[in-house]
Design a binder for this molecule. Structure first.
Ligand code: NAP
Length: 360
């Protein structure tokens, strides 16, 4: 496989640090640029991070002395040094949209973890096992942007990364009418640790700004269809979501209730989960889990702390599948929010795009 030079925009943040650790020894991608705000620019990476390093593994030596570039002021220079960038920044939505377009127009593809472009109709929002075909909209986007190489591709929100994969193989086979989901989300999803969010200890915060809307709407774009020069979101199933912030470092749990068109048996659901695999598994992409959905038979699994790292944090864990007296079934599901739900999902998307020649 060809080698690609990459940049991380937002390299000092929670997701950016994940990108840096995941890409340390990546077989295809080599990190050449670390960029963040003007506050960090010009500093050595280690100095810019200060006491904000939030990973359980130490900062890789190779990054410590790299000089952080200015993500806004150095676009042309960054674009000339890398084949594409990963982007995870904490800025206003319109500023992120403008920033990502500037990179794309500088002929530097952007793999984004931000929400700003998720509903731009010609920007593919991709979970590689679910809707890999949506990357076919990229030529239409390039036409709109007037670019030859540059484009933006995004990954979906971390909250839905557990329940959409679990529902996906069931949707096509049995038809899904409606879904109710409550999510129990880790503090790293807000870029926080227990040191920087002490108010979460012994507490649950029943509000995460914008999260419920994303959790209800984004699945429909993932299940949408490519029509001409845009992705048209699906109109069903109906979702209703409540999202809570809980005192957990990493890992978003979902409690899901689902009503089918044709109610399957419990065994059929478990079979679909066990047998589900997608394009990343077929192509044997470096970050793809071997088994995407792991079903736990034990009543007290999956647990956030025990199971979030299943297959390097790239798999989805399900359990407690049982009949419900209002919906047909209920179950719980879990995914690692900064791995599969953020940086890992971004790296897997980039691997898919690389394998399909979009960075050439
Ligand atoms: N955490 C998650 O689980 C998760 C999951 C999915 C998606 N996301 C999304 O990923 C993005 C980043 O999240 P995060 O949790 O990593 O945030 P974070 O820890 O607050 O990090 C934010 C990053 O953005 C940079 N930044 C802020 N203002 C900037 C500017 N004006 N120009 C350039 N860079 C700027 C920061 O640089 P400085 O250090 O220099 O300020 C830092 O590198 C957000 O859009 C978030 O919604 C997060």
């Amino acid at each position: 496989m060809k080698q690609y030079n990459v940049g991380i925009i937002g390299a000092t943040g929670m997701v950016g640090q994940r990108f840096a650790t995941l890409l340390e020894n990546h077989p295809w991608f080599s990190v050449k640029v670390l960029a963040a705000s003007a506050r960090s620019a010009g500093k050595r990476y280690e100095e810019a991070i200060g006491n904000k390093w939030a990973m359980t593994v130490p900062m890789p030596d190779k990054y410590k002395d790299m000089i952080v570039m200015d993500a806004e002021a150095d676009i042309e220079k960054i674009a000339s040094e890398v084949d594409f960038v990963f982007c995870a920044v904490n800025m206003k939505k319109d500023e992120i949209k403008a920033l990502e377009e500037k990179y794309a127009k500088a002929e530097c593809p952007v793999i984004s973890n931000n929400s700003a472009n998720r509903f731009t109709p010609d920007v593919p929002m991709v979970v590689p096992e679910i809707n890999p075909g949506h990357i076919d909209v990229i030529p239409a986007q390039r036409k709109r942007l007037g670019t030859k190489r540059g484009f933006i591709a995004v990954k979906s929100n971390c909250s839905l990364q557990s329940y959409v994969p679990a529902l996906h193989p069931l949707k096509d086979k049995f038809g899904i009418d409606r879904v109710l989901v409550c999510t129990y989300q880790a503090i790293s999803g807000a870029g926080k640790t227990f040191d920087t969010m002490p108010e979460i200890l012994d507490n649950i915060i029943p509000y995460i700004g914008g999260e419920e809307e994303k959790s209800e709407k984004e699945p429909l774009k993932l299940w949408g269809t490519l029509e001409g020069d845009k992705i048209v979101p699906a109109e069903e199933p109906l979702f209703t979501a409540q999202c809570l912030r809980v005192p957990v470092s990493d890992g978003h749990m979902g409690a899901v209730f689902v009503k089918f068109r044709n109610k399957p048996t419990k065994e059929q659901i478990i079979d679909e989960w066990k047998n589900f695999s997608g394009v990343p598994q077929e192509l044997d992409l470096p970050s793809a889990p071997k088994q995407f959905i792991h079903y736990f038979e034990e009543d007290d699994r999956p647990q956030t702390k025990l199971d979030r790292m299943t297959e390097n944090g790239m798999a989805v864990c399900t359990g407690r599948l049982r009949e419900d007296n209002q919906y047909d079934y209920k179950f719980v599901c879990l995914s690692h929010n900064t791995l599969r739900g953020a940086a890992g999902g971004g790296v897997l998307l980039a691997e898919l795009l690389a394998a399909k020649g979009y960075f050439d």
